[in-house]
Design a protein around this ligand. Structure first.
Ligand code: ADP
Ligand code: MG
Length: 619
């Protein structure tokens, strides 16, 4: 049932609950909606404030929490209780970040390399999910304040390379903040939507999304085909962004002012002041030629030309990443139709020049680069709300998902490139008499032999009632929800016993790995096909040996001596054939054993049926 809210500002009734779009950024976060009157996406801000909320959380000694601009002020005065860049820690364990631990000025707990990281402030522990939730909660409160209506539903963006653990962590943070996260979408997808790309069915397009933020750089190459977004490749540098630009300016002035490194390190407030002035200069020079200011009675200045010289090497580093991404996407440069600029740092004119020059095209930078991701999320939210009827938006699975079957073979249940959400089921049976457990190993990948794919999880279906091999009917179903999270269910249909597993983590896989796995699958296709044929032949041979053995145990007395001898010989040579990896030999020996056993098996079966008939009074 739709909730009815009253917009106090306008006095109007809002029948449909609003769905907001949220860009939960490393440096800055913000909320956007589709304006109910203009139908255009807008970033929300209160009068006299910024649309951007710095992704910073400060905890004071009394246990009060500040988020955003107010928290940012404590970065220097109370670095151990001011958390920035929590997004970098989402869905990560200590092992993942220990090489960069010195980047963070606050205490990250490392009790176990395999556990999710935690942050300690006073005697309390906070997870990155808790911290992200505080930022989301602040955004939610702001939005409610501005819109004068409760906000419960959101679309949140994440980087394209986020794996499932990171996506799930984002979703959990939303839930903690009191938001129903209707969908998690990729930041480059959102940016494309903000330019109207991929909203309607309009053929195929290849897009490069260049995102240079405060501390990170991401380049994503997307293919949009009839409204379906596919991430062809991603690349980037998780420690390169506008902060490095500021540091370059700081270093430049430090030299000009003859300040030693030691002096600077011992004077954090001077360092902070210089850094802030540096950021100010950088922003100012995005639209002006000359910047000047005073600091402690000394004059500081910077020309656009000085700035360009400082930034050029940093920007060139991003081009190296772009080259890799284009190469990984398997494209030539001229196949890229659009370049979309995202992130505050792309306001630097030189960034646009160098990127445009590399791609050989004029870049798209007309949409506000700080807001574009949130605006795109709002467009997606509007589509989900059903307000944009002719829009379609689908994601697809990058790799096939399936389970291990006899012979260590991969049985694909949801094929690569299937549209998300998606579900499929298949039936399996037991291999051994009286089998009461069934281990279902779930894999991701394109290779025929499971060990060449990625093991995602195993599911143990317990409590199958004992019955002869082949009688149990186990239905295994795969369900991928709109966030790409996979649930695998196994159910024995005769007894109803069932078990399921939700694969939140480890399913995630970066696009580089996806590309590599696809290439491996292609280059190994021939070997894989013969390996599969061998595995299938072996399974069949083993199965026949087992049934023959069982048959003999029950019916040996009904066979004549010659039959027994022949059978023993054929079994032995099949057994031996199974020890060598020769498909033809195995098939040959399997056929021989079959030929020998078939006549007497039929004879005995018929007489057994005859016996059974005799005992019954059928008249
Ligand atoms: P993130 O995606 O990492 O949260 P943003 O996209 O908000 O970050 O980018 C923040 C960065 O953009 C900061 O380093 C900021 O200094 C930089 N920035 C913002 N405005 C400008 C500008 N006018 N010129 C140059 N850099 C800018
Ligand atoms: Mg961003």
């Amino acid at each position: 049932m739709a909730k009815i809210g009253i917009n106090i500002a306008t006095g109007s009734l809002q029948k449909e609950e609003i769905i907001v779009g949220i860009d939960l950024g490393t440096t800055n976060s913000l909320v956007a909606i589709i304006h109910p009157e203009t139908k255009q996406p807008i970033a929300l801000k209160e009068h006299n404030t910024n649309t951007l909320v710095p992704s910073v959380v400060y905890f004071n000694k009394l246990g009060d929490i500040l988020v955003g601009d107010e928290a940012k002020e404590f970065l220097i005065s109370a670095p151990e209780r001011t958390i920035f860049s929590a997004k970098r820690l989402l869905g990560k364990n200590y092992g993942d970040i220990k090489n960069n631990a010195s980047f963070f000025s606050y205490k990250i707990i490392d009790e176990d390399a395999n556990r999710q990281v935690k942050i300690k402030i006073d005697n309390k522990f906070y997870s990155p999910v808790d911290l992200s939730a505080l930022i989301l909660k602040e955004l939610k409160t702001r939005a409610e304040h501005i819109l004068k209506t409760p906000v419960h539903k959101a679309v949140i963006t994440v980087p394209a390379y986020f794996n499932d653990a990171q996506r799930q962590a984002t979703r959990d943070a939303g839930k903690l903040a009191g938001l129903d996260v209707l969908r998690i979408i990729n930041e480059p997808t959102a940016a494309s939507l903000a330019y109207g790309l991929g909203i309607k069915k309009e053929g195929q397009k290849t897009i490069a999304v260049y995102d240079l933020g405060g501390g990170t750089f991401d380049i994503s190459i997307l293919n949009i085909n009839e409204g379906v977004f596919e991430v062809l490749s991603t690349n980037g540098d998780t420690y390169l962004g506008g902060d490095d630009f500021d540091m370059a300016i700081l270093k430049y002035w430090q030299k000009k002012m003859n300040i030693s490194d030691e002096e600077l390190l011992n004077n954090p407030s001077l360092m902070q002041a210089l850094r802030l002035k540096g950021e100010e200069a950088k922003k100012y020079l995005s639209t002006n030629e000359f910047y000047t200011t005073t600091l402690n009675d000394k004059m500081l200045s910077l020309t656009k030309n000085d700035l360009n010289n400082l930034l050029k090497p940093l920007i060139n580093k991003t081009i190296v990443c772009c080259k890799k991404a284009v190469k990984d996407a398997g494209l030539s440069l001229n196949k890229i139709d659009e370049i979309i600029m995202v992130g505050g740092s792309t306001r630097v004119p030189l960034v646009n020049d160098i990127v445009g020059e590399y791609f050989g095209k004029v870049v798209n930078n007309s949409v506000n680069p700080d807001e574009i991701v949130a605006l795109g999320a709002a467009i997606q939210a509007d589509i989900l709300a059903g307000n944009n009827k002719d829009a379609l938006l689908l994601d697809i699975t990058p790799l096939s998902l399936g389970i291990e079957t006899a012979g260590e073979l991969m049985d694909v249940i949801i094929a690569r490139n299937s549209k998300i959400p998606s579900s499929a089921a298949r039936e399996y049976t037991t291999q051994v008499d009286g089998q009461i457990n069934m281990r279902i190993s779930i894999y991701q990948g394109e290779r025929d032999i499971v060990k060449d794919n990625r093991l995602l999880a195993t599911l143990n279906l317990k409590g199958i009632p004992a019955m002869p091999a082949g009688l149990a009917k186990v239905s295994v179903s795969f369900i991928i929800n709109t966030d790409g999270i996979l649930t695998v269910k196994a159910k024995e249909l005769r007894s109803g016993v069932e078990q399921f597993i939700e694969i939140k983590s480890q399913l995630g896989i970066d696009d580089e790995t996806v590309e590599k796995m696809l290439l491996d699958a292609m280059s190994n296709a021939k070997n894989d096909i013969s390996a599969r044929a061998l595995a299938e032949a072996s399974t069949e041979g083993e199965q026949l040996l087992k049934t023959t053995e069982r048959f003999l145990q029950k019916n040996a007395g009904l066979l004549i001596e010659n039959e027994l001898a022949e059978t023993a010989e054929a079994m032995q040579s099949l057994q031996l054939a199974l020890t060598v990896a020769d498909k033809n030999l195995i098939q040959n020996k399997t056929e021989m054993l079959n030929d020998i056993s078939r006549p007497y098996a039929e004879r005995i079966m018929n007489s057994a049926v005859g016996e059974a008939m005799k005992g019954k009074n059928i008249f």
